[in-house]
Design a protein around this ligand. Structure first.
Ligand code: LMR
Length: 394
C-alpha cells in the first residue's frame, strides 16, 4: 500500500535551514526561517523563561495528564495581553485552550470553522505558506486576494471586496500584526473598515496572531484586532508564543473563541476539545507551564517585556538601516521597509537573483523573496546591501 505514495518536495523554508547549515562560508547570512536573532546572531532563551523553567524544575511534582485544554492558567494569563486588561474575557464571551504552537491553533480554528459549516477561506496572498497547506489538509478551499499594493501598503480594498463577495459558508483569515511574509499591516483606520465590512456581511474572522509584541508594542500590535473583536459577534483567534517568548521548539500556542454570548461557549469549546483530542490529544505542557509562571510574577513579566522592547528596537534599527540604504540599491524599493512591521519583508527579487544571492554571496532567503530582518546585524548588514546592489545591477 505504501508504495502508492509519491514523494513530496520538502517544505521550502525548512529545506533552507539545511542548505544554510551545509554552507561552509564563514560570512554566510541566514535570512530564512522566522526566528529572532540578537546583534550577535544568537537566538537565546529569554531570561524570564530560564528563571521560570528553573522554578518549574524545582516545584513541579507531577507530569500526569492535564486534558486537551492544557494549562488553563497559561491560557487565561495571556488573555489580558491579547484582549485587554479591562475586560479580558469580553463579558464572559471568550473561551480558550492551549495548543501545540500557533500552528496547532490555526489548525484547530480552521477545523472548528469547517465543523461549523465553513467551506472556503478568503485570505490575502502571499501568506505564511503553511496556511494554505493546513487548509488543504483540513479540506477547506482557499480564496486568494492580493494582500499588498505595489507601493508596499496593504491592499485593504481587495480584502473588503473579498468580504463583500463572501458566501454564507465563507470565512476570512487575517493576520493580527507583523504580517508574514510581507510585514505589511493594516492601519487602525483600515481595521475599522474591515470590522464594519465583517459585521455588514456577517463573515466570521479567523485571526492569526503569531508576532504579538514584535511590531510597535504589546498594545499597539493588537489594537486593530481588538477593533474587529469589539464589532463582530464571533471570532476565532490563533495565538503563538513561539516568537514573543522565544519558545519555538517547545511549541506553545493558544486557541480562543469569542462567542456571540457566553452561554454558547461550552458547546463550542466541547467541539474544540474533541478536535484537539483526535489530533494531538493534549498539548505539550512544559512551555505553557513556564509562561504561566512568568505571567503570575510581576518581576518576570517586566523582564519579559524589557526583552521584547529590546527586540523591537533592534528590528526597527534593521528596517531603518535598510530603508536608508534605498539609494545604494537602485534596482529595489527599500524605503517602505521602515513603515512595515515585524521580522519579515518581501524584496522584489527574481528567482535568478535569489539564487545568485545564495551562490555568490552566501545569503539565504525564502524563494518568495522574503527576508527575516532579524538575521541582519551591525556586522553583516553592509555586506547584505552590497549583495543586493550586485544582484540587481544592470
Ligand atoms: C516562518 O514563517 O518562518 C515561521 O513561522 C516558522 C515556520 O514554522 O514556518
Amino acid at each position: 500500500m505504501l508504495d502508492t505514495l509519491e514523494a513530496q518536495s520538502p517544505d521550502a523554508l525548512l529545506a533552507l535551514i539545511k542548505m544554510y547549515a551545509a554552507d561552509e562560508r564563514a560570512d554566510k547570512i541566514d535570512l530564512g526561517v522566522g526566528v529572532y536573532r540578537t546583534d550577535d546572531g544568537a537566538t537565546p532563551v529569554f531570561r524570564s523563561i530560564k528563571q521560570a523553567e528553573q522554578r518549574l524544575l524545582d516545584t513541579q511534582d507531577s507530569k500526569s495528564y492535564l486534558g486537551p485544554e492544557g494549562d488553563t492558567g497559561f491560557v487565561s494569563g495571556l488573555m489580558p495581553y491579547i484582549f485587554g486588561s479591562d475586560d479580558p474575557d469580553m463579558g464572559g464571551r471568550i473561551g480558550g485552550m492551549q495548543t501545540p504552537g500557533g500552528t496547532g491553533a490555526v489548525r484547530l480554528a480552521v477545523s472548528l470553522a469547517k465543523q461549523a459549516g465553513a467551506r472556503r477561506v478568503h485570505m490575502g496572498s502571499p501568506s505564511w505558506p503553511n496556511h494554505v497547506q493546513i487548509l488543504g489538509d483540513v479540506g477547506m478551499e482557499p480564496v486568494l486576494f492580493d494582500h499588498a499594493n505595489p507601493d508596499g501598503s496593504a491592499n485593504v480594498d481587495a480584502l473588503i471586496a473579498a468580504i463583500e463577495s463572501a458566501e454564507p459558508t465563507d470565512v476570512v483569515l487575517l493576520h493580527a500584526c507583523c504580517h508574514n511574509p510581507t510585514g505589511v499591516d493594516y492601519t487602525q483606520g483600515e481595521w475599522e473598515r474591515i470590522a464594519a465590512a465583517l459585521v455588514a456581511n456577517g463573515v466570521l474572522p479567523i485571526i492569526d496572531s503569531a508576532y504579538h509584541g514584535l511590531g510597535e508594542g504589546m498594545e499597539e500590535d493588537v489594537a486593530g484586532m481588538r477593533t474587529a473583536l469589539a464589532a463582530v459577534p464571533e471570532a476565532l483567534i490563533a495565538y503563538s508564543c513561539d516568537k514573543n517568548f522565544g519558545m519555538y521548539r517547545d511549541r506553545v500556542g493558544a486557541f480562543y473563541v469569542m462567542a456571540r454570548d457566553g452561554g454558547q461557549l461550552d458547546a463550542i469549546m466541547s467541539n474544540a476539545n474533541a478536535l484537539a483530542r483526535a489530533n494531538w490529544s493534549m498539548p505539550p505542557d512544559h512551555g505553557g507551564a513556564a509562561i504561566r509562571l512568568i505571567l503570575n510574577d510581576d518581576a518576570l513579566v517586566q523582564d519579559w517585556q524589557d526583552e521584547l522592547t529590546d527586540m523591537r528596537a533592534r528590528l526597527r534599527w534593521v528596517r531603518e538601516t535598510l530603508a536608508a540604504a534605498d539609494n545604494r540599491v537602485p534596482g529595489l524599493d527599500l524605503a517602505p521597509l521602515s513603515s512595515q512591521h515585524g521580522l519579515f519583508a518581501i524584496l522584489k527579487l527574481g528567482k535568478d537573483q535569489i539564487a545568485k544571492m545564495r551562490a555568490d554571496h552566501g545569503i539565504y532567503m525564502a524563494g518568495s523573496g522574503r527576508i527575516n530582518a532579524a538575521g541582519l546585524t551591525s556586522s553583516n548588514i553592509d555586506k547584505f546591501i552590497d549583495a543586493l546592489a550586485d544582484v540587481t545591477a544592470g
